[in-house]
Design a protein around this ligand. Sequence first.
Ligand code: FEO
Ligand code: CA
Ligand code: CA
Length: 747
Amino acid sequence: MKKMTSNDSFQSVLKRALASPSRRTVLRGGLGLGLLGLMPEALKSTFATPVTASAVTSGGTVAVDVPLGFQAVGKSLLDNVQLPDGYRYTILHATGDPLKSGVSAYSNAGAEADDWTGRVGDHHDGMELFYIDAKGRYSEAQTDRAVLCVNHESSADAHFLHPRGQTSAGVTGKKFNQFGQWDIGDRPQVEVVKEMNLHGVSIVELVRDGHAWKYRVDAPLNRRITPESPMLFGGPAAHLPQINALMKTAFDPSGRSSRGTLNNCGHGKTPWGTYLTCEENWSRYFQISADSAAIGPKQVAGLKRYGVASQPLNKDLKKAFSQGWHTVSAQDNRFARWNLAYLQAEPEGDFRQEANTFGFNVEVDPLEPSSVSVKRTAMGRFAHEAAVCGKPVAGEPLAFYMGCDSVNEYIYKFVSEATWDPSDVGGGIRAGDKYLNEGRLYAARFNDDGTGDWLELTFQDPKIRGFEAYRFANQADVLVHARFAASAVGATPMDRPEWGAVNHRNGDVYFALTNNSAANRTPAKVNAANPRAYNDLDGRKRSGNPHGHIVRFRDQAARASANTFGWDIFLFGAEEDDPRSNLSGLTAVNSFSSPDGLWFSRATGICWIQTDDGAMTDESNCMMLAAIPGALGDGGKMTVANSMQVSGALQEGQQETFIGATLGEARLRRFLVAPKGAEVTGVTESADGKTLFVNIQHPGEKTPALGSSGQYAFESAWPGNQGYGQPGRPRSATIVIQREDGGLIGL
Ligand code: FEO
Ligand code: CA
Ligand code: CA
């Protein structure tokens, strides 16, 4: 679409928009949506850069406008991965595959009796590839040997891992999943050990054989990080003793170490070559078994804000999502640790503080099996979704951008104290100690005028020191309860920040805001960066911001240390046939809902968008799209007209915002559709741009609990239905996508 200028009248904009097929759908609805204003010139000149996408040719990188080079994939409800013509996929590994010889082949029937530490985990999620050079060291350049780190997020479908689903003795109370929410009853140890150890990270060695990448059973670098792996806490030297005090448990009364990582969702790759695995919905695994008279209002506030499971005798706390792991044994700390009850006089006598030990970015050195992973407390504790590093500049600090995925939570930035020294590449955990322990933590405020402010989270700030909803004790408390601190300084509540990604070409940072609910996003509760609130009247009817959007920002002068930024909205998710919500000119070949995973290819410049959708799944399974992005400020100002039924009454309102240039079908296309019930999450690529790795998570998610028939009615049979492993139950998997002609993916 032609760029608008500030001299355009609304009539001329409207006339041109009506002539543009990609805009016609939006305006034809006539329900008050449209381009009513224009981006200020000052903002454009500050932030705009030319729109380019690049293709890598044999001669190197060429900066030219390149349309996507594949035919878009249609919506699909089929139980297989759909790809464009000329593309194929293989499966690298799936839930339960052995990493070591001596571990039985996966039965896919729940027959495993081992502890799962020699197997690939479940619920594949964020991932990254690390090349290894001939001397066994980390290499930024492509080689024929690599490790692939894959996060394993959740045990929400753990019933597939047992012969007859999750079981529990003495289930009473209200049902939430297969077992009662409150009185979970005693769970069998064999089930719980499997459920625990399916989480964490799989580190799997790959070799390239011609075009093909394959994993090797028994390769020296194969290993699993699980909820039982030893971890250390790293953090700012001045505050680490107070941080350790908040981490004291019966496992380590000094609070300097803890066990494991949990609910590993998004990820990050550091410039020195380590992996950051992000702990997201870790709060759901705990319960409090008995009344805890010693628990005070401050602790209750902390548990509630972080969604940590509750106990039946405290009416202040909400219901649990607990898997009942603590019910196996009160004597065995592997299980007792999931019980947050105050059972002894001091915190180091029980596990009341165990939940404090989760909610971090965890640094893992994939090339050093003997290294101990470190929880980076300076980057804050929340529901971490991706930790994406901005473009490293020698001599400048590093910036890591991070989302907290819950309704109305925030986007954060960590800025290192140390400045980047490229000689630290390959430096492992010690380099992490240098860059990730000392620094400043900020939360983002998106202003209505297209600018933004990074608000530092420091105990020195009177707004934090005097915050009434949570009385901070010190800076350690600020880091461990960063959500409260971000509220105190006035950060902008967002529509569930999921993954972030950096456009390596220009430093623009993108964040997926997956969706928000009617209770939290009404026409009266919008802001410029989260401007939509409406009723989706088609198919799966949701309200609020059911299809989500992708926000884009750039720090002032692209400096990591900047306190201000400019922003616009890159794309609004929508069903193409709903003019009320289709603000980005989507059509049948690129409509999508609920963006989640985001990742930029260095080879092609493509922005890959993955969905975890529940609002458009009547029309299509979840999907992955390729976008050739422009740059911040390449679009204009928009007024969004909102109308929504709220508590039986029509609520209306308008919200001005900024939107990027319409991409159209040449620059935004559906590339992949997943099997039934799966979310698409996690994507990385070989450096030559010719092999794409994608994770398919929880196919068959809507399979009902096992009934009296004793037979599951599986929603999906993938990947067994494609001849991979034993047929029957659905499994999460990493797939490897290549072009049949061996060419670049996407172009
Ligand atoms: Fe694990 Fe927020 O997705
Ligand atoms: Ca719908
Ligand atoms: Ca529709």
